[in-house]
Write a new protein. Structure first.
Length: 218
């Protein structure tokens, strides 16, 4: 798969902006999403030097194309690792992007560059951090309760009646179930993030769910 002789329009169906670069550094094909991200028509990019058509800056402000030189022939490198960069659009605006690139097969192989919007990644990272903070807080409460009841029973067992002991142990059991449920939900989130969570539809009683939530709050 080289540059000029290949139909690259199939890339237009990708959910992320992409550009195909010939070995001489000119744009072979740009997807409509990339044109939208750059605020110009995608067909205007073809034939232009990629460093001018798709300006990418490193964190230091240096030109990524010139510094990284991804078009230099390197038989041992087919894929470039994901890199955080800044894309400069046609109006001079700066947009954070995540770049991945892969060299097509062949001696004169084109380079296929895919850009993912960095804003989405940052939102996901923020949501993930918030989730971890929330789960940590939710775990601390039942664990503190379990620790307190167990310590009390160990040190003052003889001071409680059988009914009081059963009540305290029932509370410990309920809190342990809560911790197990929270850990299961956290694992589900990690599976969703990895795209490996099978979804099973089932009927639920909304009134029963609402009652459970109210009981937890109370």
């Amino acid at each position: 798969m080289t540059g000029a002789g290949t139909d690259w329009t199939a890339l237009d169906a990708l959910p992320d902006p992409a550009v195909v670069v010939a070995p001489d550094g000119t744009v072979v094909h740009a997807t409509p999403l990339l044109g939208r991200l750059l605020r110009r028509a995608a067909n205007e990019l073809a034939g232009r030097p990629v460093a001018e058509a798709v300006p990418l800056l490193e964190e230091t402000g240096r030109d990524w194309w010139a510094c990284r030189r991804p078009l230099d022939p390197d038989p041992g490198t087919r894929r470039l690792p994901e890199t955080e960069l800044t894309l400069v659009d046609h109006a001079g605006g700066h947009r954070p992007v995540l770049l991945t690139a892969r060299r097509a097969a062949g001696e004169q192989a084109a380079l296929v560059v895919v850009l993912r919007r960095g804003e989405r990644r940052r939102r996901l990272d923020a949501a993930r951090s918030e989730l971890v903070s929330t789960v940590s807080h939710e775990l601390r409460s039942p664990l503190t309760s379990v620790k307190g009841f167990v310590k009390t029973l160990l040190t003052k067992w003889e001071q409680f009646t059988d009914a009081q002991r059963r009540q305290m142990l029932a509370t410990v059991d309920a809190d342990a179930d809560r911790v197990t449920r929270l850990l299961g939900e956290l694992l589900d989130v990690s599976r969703i993030d990895a795209g490996r969570l099978p979804l099973r539809r089932s009927m639920i009683d909304l009134a029963d769910v609402a009652d459970q939530v109210i009981q937890r709050v109370d």
